[in-house]
Write a protein of this length. Structure first.
Length: 129
């Protein structure tokens, strides 16, 4: 059996050919994309982390949570100038605008109070020698 997708008068149809006989049926409506795990859905950690990489996003996750999940910071990390880059998105697409926040993580309270969003990038610079 062979299937072919045909658009007729703006309506999608599936045409089936089976043993020389043809049948048509209306194709099901397109579905919303399933939520999948992707780098955009997580939080990227770079710079002075002990374990840089991606941390899964969970609602309500704070900067302090991400710091802990990424193994903490190295001895040479500049805790007072942690940068968070956030891409503004509309629906499922990023519109190109971004914001950068600087958080002083020498205070645990500041790190706990700063909540992250899916796709945020956290960069911890290193202390200048």
């Amino acid at each position: 059996m062979k299937n072919a997708r045909v658009v007729l008068l703006g309506l999608p149809l599936v045409v089936c050919v089976f043993a020389g006989a043809a049948c048509t049926k209306k194709a099901s409506a397109p579905r919303e994309p399933a939520a999948t795990s992707s780098p955009r859905a997580g939080i990227s950690c770079a710079g002075g982390f002990k374990i840089p990489g991606d941390v899964p996003f969970t609602p309500g996750i704070s900067l302090a949570d991400v710091l802990a999940k990424a193994g903490g910071l190295t001895e040479t990390a500049n805790r007072s100038k942690v940068k968070v880059a956030r891409q503004k998105s509309v629906g499922l697409k990023a519109d190109g605008e971004s914001k950068t926040f600087t958080v002083d993580c020498t205070s645990d309270a500041a790190a706990k109070a700063f909540h992250l969003e899916p796709g945020d990038v956290v960069y911890v610079p290193f202390e200048s020698p």
